[in-house]
Write a protein that binds this ligand. Structure first.
Ligand code: C2E
Ligand code: MG
Ligand code: MG
Length: 767
């Protein structure tokens, strides 16, 4: 009763008056005070009057609770520094103490600006005198034990997050949340280097977590937008020094770049530390920086450095592990050059698709894509150009964004697409068309446009194969059939495809070899021109020469154009060859003009790919101007077939050339079955009777009739008619008799080099 009455006589100032408090304390209790332990600040006593609810705190308890020692009118004033999150639970325990007076034990956290976060344990002691209204107990600072346990739990939990996590983002975000929840921070972020376009490195926020009920939008926005050079701002500094750093007042710290938004959001202090670890050989692996911010003005907390070192090291190791896993996956599944699935992985996926479709009854297709003439690019422009084409083509395939489909590179210039199940033939054809277009668009290598095309073969599960390898074989066969039937197209597998596959491959291989050789020939000047004269009716006057290309291989063999022009035409290499021919022929003509053939005309043969080009008239104009010859000195020879195949494209170009004053001759005339009515509309200046009709003259009545008709037609349409391939006098006489005015053939002259032509002229003049 006595003790009770003592506590019942509190003075309003008792809590602040140690003397008075001393007086109020029961002498017996005072005698038991373990002063030495208390002074260490880790431990203190408390007394609570169950009737009045008043408390008395010893110096140690008061220092632990960060309040004054002595008498407190209410429990609330003893516990005013307790972390808001823990207050409710603590109050419930205190209520329990007052109501039932049982033994209590609970833990809560205190936070203040100087010591940061601490953990305290409140324990009641057994009553010395049962029935007494005073409950007593101790407060113990268990921060170090808690931190040790927490570090262990932290390590455990974060390891859980980090070990199993498939992505770094997911696991790091969870770790940030774990730290915020346990250490009382409002938000946290992970920064790492990102490579800028110019090759500079900058730190950018990669992942963040913040308390949803705290208004941090402005700060999070600024964090997301910010890029920091190493050494710049808090994060940049931590990155450079690899040392943790505090910011005690975010709003006023001039080095803290986000102070404005931090202030707006009520954030006050923060802590940032490196995500790095040092291996046994002493090498530091640095991956990023973690930062945490609080709305409290927290100061350096002793426990943070060791905890952050643990977390930093854990995350750093996870970054490394995930990077290594990704590398292993890449090596095992991804094609180095293109980033597509590699052959092995593609086959694996294909086999899995076959298994899946067998059980579900679905159908799906696989596309085998082979680039046409890729070898040539490699041979002529080098591997770098080849790699560029492969890489760029792979990007284009991925850019098609085919949902549920996987693109792979099977090796070399061979690609494949595993299609999503259930596509119709029309859909497959549409995809094929997009793939073909992707291949046909020019590739830019060192400011040079490289053109390829693709041949695509399609096979369908289960009709063309039940297993991955069967399906691939079928798609491969369909692709080869396409290649042989003219590239740049798509074929579906059909049963006949497999026949002649070996034969087709070898023809193709020969053709490809020649293409590569032609590329080289162009680069190393292996082409030259011969000129075959065209004479007037009396065979006296040379009115024109036809430029005929020849290829002198490095071993000295001369290859005739019939053998290589068709190959060049298929590869579009003909365009480059054609340009060379025109330039060379015009240069030579200018020389012939100067050397005794003042008004000579040159005829140049052109193939479809070089002619179907709206800029051709302009290009030809530039060439003749550069050589100093007039447009009417240049005659372009086109075959009838070329004109009739693509009249819409060819005729406008012909018209434009004629307008500029160039001449156009229809070569090999009579072979192309062109209708005479159409002939009338063609903007041409001459026709050349094909050699095959001339060769039958004068005895073959059919040939004779045809030649006569062509000559009549020429007269009627005011076109010049040239007979080519004239080998005998009899042929010449026949032609003269029916009015043919221009003659070309071995009888009068074989094709000659320019020097032979000039030498002959010199001989004539000297005579
Ligand atoms: P073409 O335009 O009909 O050229 C005439 C061909 O007939 C030439 O063969 C010429 O040598 C040959 N020829 C001329 N007179 C006689 C003769 O009396 N008897 C026989 N048996 N043959 C004669 P060449 O030089 O082998 O050229 C073959 C074809 O190659 C040319 O036929 C032309 O279509 C093509 N060609 C030649 N040079 C070029 C070129 O620079 N560009 C293009 N695109 N094609 C060319
Ligand atoms: Mg010709
Ligand atoms: Mg001809």
């Amino acid at each position: 009763m006595h003790e009770h009455s003592l506590l019942c006589r509190p003075s309003p100032t008792a809590a602040n008056d140690p003397d008075l408090t001393q007086k109020l304390w029961p002498a017996r209790v005072q005698a038991t005070l373990p002063d030495a332990a208390e002074t260490m600040g880790l431990f203190g006593h408390w007394w609570c009057d169950m009737h009045t609810g008043e408390w008395v705190l010893s110096t140690g308890a008061a220092s632990a609770l960060d309040v004054n020692a002595g008498l407190h009118r209410t429990g609330a004033s003893c516990f005013e520094q307790v972390l808001p999150d823990d207050v409710l639970a603590l109050m419930a325990v205190l209520r329990q103490l007052r109501e039932a007076g049982p033994a209590i034990e609970c833990e809560f956290r205190i936070i203040n600006e100087f010591d940061g976060l601490r953990w305290l344990r409140l324990v009641s002691l057994p009553q010395a005198q049962p029935g007494l209204a005073i409950q007593t107990g101790v407060v113990i600072d268990v921060t170090s034990t808690r931190l040790a346990a927490m570090r262990e739990r932290f390590c455990f939990e974060s390891t859980q997050f980090l070990i199993g996590a498939p992505t770094l983002g997911e696991s790091v975000t969870k770790v940030i949340q774990l730290v915020c929840d346990n250490l009382g921070w409002e938000c946290g972020a992970y920064w790492a280097l990102e490579q800028e376009q110019m090759g500079d490195h900058q730190l950018a926020c990669q992942y963040e977590w913040h308390k949803r009920d705290y208004p941090l939008a402005a700060f999070i926005r600024q964090t997301a937008a910010l890029r920091l050079a190493p050494g710049e701002g808090l994060v940049g500094n931590v990155w450079r020094t690899m040392q943790p750093a505090w910011v005690e007042n975010m709003a006023t710290d001039q080095d803290f770049l986000r102070r404005k938004s931090a202030h707006e959001c009520g954030l006050q202090s923060g802590y940032a530390f490196p995500v790095s670890y040092v291996t046994v050989d002493g090498r530091r692996h640095s991956h990023g920086v973690l930062e945490f911010y609080s709305s409290l003005s927290r100061q350096r907390e002793a426990q943070l450095p060791s905890l952050s070192a643990t977390i930093g090291a854990l995350i750093a190791q996870t970054v490394l592990r995930i990077a290594q896993q990704e590398l292993i996956r890449q090596l095992a599944q991804v094609d180095d050059l293109t980033g597509l699935a590699n052959r092995k992985h593609f086959h694996h996926l294909l086999d899995a698709a076959c298994l899946g479709a067998t059980s579900t009854g679905a159908t799906f297709a696989v596309l085998n894509i082979d680039l046409d003439r890729f070898k040539l690019i490699n041979d002529a422009f080098g591997h770098e150009a080849g790699n560029l084409v492969l890489h760029e083509f792979a990007q284009r395939l991925q850019g098609l964004e085919l949902e549920g489909c996987t693109a792979g590179r099977l090796g070399g210039d061979e690609f494949a697409i595993l299609m999503a199940p259930g596509q119709t033939t029309a859909q497959l054809q549409a995809v094929g068309a997009r793939v073909l277009l992707a291949a046909r668009m020019p590739f830019l290598f060192e400011r040079q446009e490289l053109t390829v095309s693709a041949s695509v073969g399609v096979s369908v599960f289960p009709d063309n194969g039940w297993t991955g390898s069967e399906l691939m074989r079928s798609a491969d066969a369909a692709m080869y059939r396409r290649k042989n039937g003219g590239r740049n197209g798509l074929n579906f597998f059909s049963d006949g495809t497999v026949e002649n596959l070996a034969e087709q491959r070898s023809t193709l291989a020969k053709q490809l070899t020649m293409e590569a050789e032609l590329h080289r020939a162009l680069v190393s000047n292996e082409f030259f021109l011969e000129y075959q004269p065209v004479f007037d009716r009396d065979a006296e006057h040379m009115v024109a020469v036809e430029a005929l290309i020849r290829w002198r291989r490095q071993n000295g063999d001369i290859v005739r154009p019939d053998l290589f022009i068709p190959v060049a035409e298929q590869s579009r290499l003909i365009v480059q060859i054609g340009r060379w021919v025109v330039q060379q022929a015009c240069r030579d003509l200018a020389q012939l003009h100067r050397c005794g053939f003042p008004d000579l005309q040159v005829n140049v043969n052109m193939a479809a790919p070089e002619f179907v080009n709206a800029s051709l008239p302009g290009e030809l104009m530039a060439v003749i101007e550069a050589c100093g010859i007039a447009p009417h000195h240049l005659c372009v020879e086109l075959t009838e077939g070329l004109v009739m195949k693509q009249p819409d494209k060819v005729i406008p170009v012909m018209g434009a050339l004629r307008q500029l004053g160039f001449k156009i001759s229809l070569d090999d005339f009579g072979m192309g079955h062109s209708s005479l009515s159409r002939m009338k509309k063609l903007p041409i200046s001459s026709v050349k009777i094909d050699r095959s009709f001339v060769s039958g003259l004068p005895h073959d009545r059919g040939d004779g009739a045809i030649v006569r008709t062509i000559l009549d037609l020429g007269r009627h349409m005011k076109l010049q008619v040239i007979a080519e391939g004239v080998e005998t006098d009899a042929q010449l006489i026949f032609l003269r008799q029916f009015g043919c005015t221009l003659i070309q053939g071995f009888l009068l002259s074989r094709p000659k080099t320019i020097s032979e032509l000039m030498a002959a002229q010199a001989h004539i003049t000297s005579e």
